[in-house]
Design a protein around this ligand. Structure first.
Ligand SMILES: Nc1ncnc2c1ncn2[C@@H]1O[C@H](COP(=O)(O)OP(=O)(O)O)[C@@H](O)[C@H]1O
Ligand SMILES: [Mg+2]
Length: 409
């Protein structure tokens, strides 16, 4: 068998012939148009498929013209034209007399302008998106596998007291407060660096108040649920409003709700819009408190701080020296030798977050077991401290390099 592979001659289709100007208008398969003013065979017709030679057009077999079928959603209907969203691209095409179109219809078509039929009266949904159902909502519910206690939280007692006042009490005394006619506390903003115990304290409150705990992460809802995130949020809030008590914990809200509107693009604005709509939509009998966390409170959209939304704030500072000593003592594993030098480690860990302090115990435990023992001794504790200190230093250098690069950009 002999093959003749023709790669050099582009093919096009005739869309218009202007005889007066001696011009043939053609379109290419990719939708581009061209005008040929060179010589052409006089028996050319609109719809013919042609080879584009350097100096003329030559009839080509019509079956060379393979138009890819497409599916799109009708966005706008004008007198003679329609705008169709095909996979995120807006295309303007001639309005057919048949089929009759309505905006929102899902249509099938061919080539660039031919709408062939209406597949569905409604807009198509992306099929690879998982359905939002009860199971989806359950994924956001923290099972709180064990009971959590306030005395596990080391350090600032003021934070714990304020959180109990703003969150635990309203949940527990919801009825009483409603009877008094107090404006319910809906949203509390937790601010502070990563690892300062924001999630931990929220969990403790949920556990102690026997509240259902929903955890939503800003970056995760953007990446995993993009396209459905508003629906997910709407459903979580409906689910929460049906509980006896609930806390919705919205982690890293700054990833969505920064006030620089040019930066926060459309999708995150819609998510925040849904969050606010859901908050505003609560009825007095719904017993839900929403906690949002951020380490950049100054960047948060003002809309979130309006009365009846996140109008309360609890700041989680880095622990003081005595806070650190308490955190270390409280987070020590059961197998820690009594009389370990918490005070010494607290002295060495200025500027450390609680999470970094707690990490010492993981390293210390590793040193202990690899040495064939079951009890953490001072030398393991100090060794653990050294290791975390090194990791911490490395991370700090990396972020400094990154910041330097960003400054140069
Ligand atoms: N005040 C604290 N007392 C004891 N442990 C703490 C405290 N704060 C944080 N931790 C430890 O650090 C870990 C990470 O804290 P987390 O609550 O997730 O911080 P954040 O949510 O502020 O980033 C917790 O799981 C806990 O082990
Ligand atoms: Mg957290």
């Amino acid at each position: 068998m002999a093959w003749e592979i023709d790669q050099t001659r582009p093919i096009a289709r005739v869309v218009k012939i202007s005889e007066g100007e001696n011009a043939v208008h053609v379109e290419f398969l990719n939708g581009n148009m061209a005008v040929c003013t060179s010589e052409y065979e006089t028996d050319l017709h609109v719809g013919d498929v042609v080879y584009l030679e350097e100096d003329r057009l030559e009839i080509a077999p019509v079956d060379l013209w393979i138009e890819t079928p497409w599916v799109g959603v009708v966005k706008l209907i004008l007198l003679d034209e329609v705008v169709v969203d095909v996979g995120g691209n807006m295309r303007v095409m001639p309005r057919p007399s048949e089929p009759v179109l309505r905006t929102g219809n899902t249509v099938q078509g061919k080539g660039h302008g031919l709408i062939q039929r209406v597949l569905s009266e409604d807009p198509i949904r992306y099929l690879d998106l998982p359905d939002v159902d009860d199971h989806t909502i359950d994924q956001f519910k923290d099972p709180l596998n064990r009971k959590y206690f306030f005395n596990e939280f080391g350090g600032s007692k003021q934070i714990v007291d304020r959180a109990r006042e703003l969150i635990e009490a309203p949940l527990k005394y919801h009825k009483e407060l409603e009877e008094i006619g107090a404006r319910p506390i809906k949203g509390v903003l937790f601010t502070g660096d990563p690892g300062t115990g924001k999630t931990m304290l929220a969990r403790i409150i949920a556990s102690q108040a026997e509240a259902t705990f929903y955890q939503i992460s800003g970056p995760q809802i953007m990446s995993k649920w993009l396209g459905q995130s508003e629906e997910v949020i709407r459903r979580i809030f409906i689910d929460a409003s049906r509980q006896k008590r609930a806390i919705v914990f919205f982690d890293e809200i700054d990833s969505l709700a920064t006030k620089r509107s040019d930066e926060s693009h459309e999708a995150s604005r819609r998510i925040v819009g849904q969050l606010l709509a859901s908050m505003d939509g609560f009825r007095p009998e719904n017993n839900v408190v929403i906690i949002a966390t951020t380490n950049r409170p100054q960047d948060i959209d003002y809309a979130l701080r309006r009365p009846g939304r996140f109008d309360w704030e609890i700041h989680f500072p880095l622990p003081t020296r005595s806070d650190r000593e308490e955190i270390l003592a409280k987070s020590a594993p059961a197998g820690a030798y009594p009389g370990l030098p918490h005070s010494l480690i607290a002295e060495k860990t200025d500027d450390w977050s609680p999470a970094e302090l707690v990490a010492i115990w993981s390293e210390a435990a590793l040193l202990t077991v690899t040495d064939g023992r079951r009890e953490i001794r001072s030398e393991d504790y100090l060794g653990g401290y050294e290791r975390v200190a090194v990791q911490r230093e490395r991370k700090r250098e990396e972020s400094e390099i990154k910041r330097g690069v960003e400054l140069h950009d």
